[in-house]
Write a protein that binds this ligand. Structure first.
Ligand code: NAD
Ligand code: MG
Length: 400
């Protein structure tokens, strides 16, 4: 039996992972689950999937989880506090670690899984963006197997020649093409987008995801983060990664080779496909997804992104060119701006403005250790909060 730890178990990726695992009880065993604060939901998942350990980031939530489990007669061990989630990532019982915590909060546990030589199913793209070099170094030092779960990067991974290694530019590849659905505002005017609400931004037409990544999809920053992720995971220069809008979300990305061939991976827009691929690679297991009916899909459309309405894309490209420190700043600025927007403290159109303001001060070059990464992250968050103050007056007047 293959032991699986799921970090971010209560989220969209976490629950999709559990759905795939539940279809193969003869192959996989859930050994641990971790989440931030939703004790009710984590208790339900523990009762259903019976891990050995469950960790909650917030101590109050851990106490509530423990109470709920004991009342239900469950003996699942509950942990909390600093290092508890990383301990699950390192635990010898886990052969596979699904890194599905959202945001910078997932960095330490993702690195711990890599350094411990796990099969690392990497959904937490923010850790690649803020600390790409450190993550690759940890994968190498730990002799871990990193499989990208972000659907675009998983698609690219599936199209690469056998023997391609994570972090190294694959032989014969000319360009990577990252597809973007375009998000909920693909056909909106700039004026309509300016006043978009969090509910509208989170109503993605093709994918059901957590709120942070949903807003990133609406600004196209998600594609910008993914561009950085692609340069790290596949050893590509930013100029060799092209974003193409594909509203049907059936082609999940493409690899162009020097001989003029282009390979693509197609599937229904359902994260259970990349998750099942990562679990079973190099084999395959069923994922419970709908199979493609191409006649029903009909036309597949591709177009260039509208850079004027989606300035986040250029901000991310500039960070990718500037190096690791700038990418960490971009990630932090985006997390602060998106959270402020979700809290109704920032207008949608001001998300890129806040990030752009922060990026004026972003340093170039690379970050050599975790202390430097967290220092860059902290400095950028501080700078972003100052920038928020400038934009807040606009929110007040727009709400008046
Ligand atoms: P989500 O918001 O639905 O879930 C996030 C999970 O992380 C929850 O279980 C939450 O409890 C946990 N978490 C958050 N902060 C934490 C903390 N400080 N400590 C411990 N746990 C914490 O998000 P999601 O949509 O599942 O996305 C998860 C990650 O996967 C993100 O990095 C996202 O970019 C990436 N991703 C998601 C999708 C998707 O379709 N949802 C696709 C590609 C990549
Ligand atoms: Mg993606």
């Amino acid at each position: 039996m293959i032991g699986v730890a799921i970090l971010g178990a209560t989220g969209s990726i976490g629950r999709n992972t559990l759905d795939v695992l539940e279809r193969h009880p003869d192959i996989y065993r859930v050994v641990s689950l971790a989440a931030r604060s939703d004790a009710r939901r984590l208790a339900e998942l523990c009762l259903r999937h019976r891990p050995e350990v469950a960790a909650m980031e917030q101590p109050d939530a851990a106490a509530e989880l423990e109470r709920r489990l004991r009342e239900a007669g469950s003996a699942v061990r509950v942990t909390s506090g600093p290092g508890s989630i990383e301990a699950l990532a390192r635990d010898g019982a886990a052969d596979v670690v699904m890194a599905a915590i959202s945001g910078a909060a997932g960095l330490r546990s993702t690195l711990a899984a890599a350094a411990s030589g796990k099969r690392l199913l990497l959904a937490n793209k923010e850790s690649v963006v803020m600390a790409g070099d450190l993550l690759l170094a940890a994968v190498r030092a730990g002799n871990a197997t990193l499989i990208p779960i972000d659907s675009e990067h998983n698609a690219i991974f599936q199209c690469l020649p056998t023997g391609a290694r994570i972090g190294e530019r694959p032989a014969g590849v000319r360009r990577l093409l990252l597809t973007a659905s375009g998000g909920p505002f693909l056909e909106w005017t700039a004026a309509a987008m300016a006043a978009a609400t969090p509910e509208q931004a989170c109503a993605h037409p093709r994918w059901s995801m957590g709120r942070k990544i949903s807003v990133d999809s609406a600004t196209l920053m998600n594609k910008g983060l993914e561009l950085i992720e692609a340069t790290v995971l596949f050893g590509m220069e930013p100029r060799d990664v092209t974003v193409v809008v594909h509203p049907q979300s059936v082609v999940h990305s493409l690899v162009e080779f020097v001989d003029g061939s282009t390979l693509a991976q197609l599937s229904a827009p359902d994260m259970r496909t990349p998750i099942a691929h990562g679990l079973a690679w190099p084999g395959r297991v069923s994922a419970g997804v709908e199979f493609l009916d191409l006649a029903k899909v009909g036309a597949l459309e591709f177009r260039a992104p509208d850079r004027a309405r989606f300035p986040c894309l250029a901000l991310a490209e500039a960070a990718a060119r500037a190096g690791g420190a700038a990418c960490a700043w971009l990630n932090a600025a985006d997390e602060v701006a998106v959270q402020a927007f979700l809290d109704k403290q920032l207008n949608f159109e001001d998300i890129p403005r806040v990030i752009e303001g922060v990026m004026h001060d972003a340093p170039g070059g690379s970050l050599s250790d975790l202390d430097e990464v967290f220092a860059a992250d902290g400095a950028a968050r501080l700078r972003a909060r100052a920038e928020l103050g400038v934009c807040r007056d606009r929110v007040r007047s727009s709400l008046a």
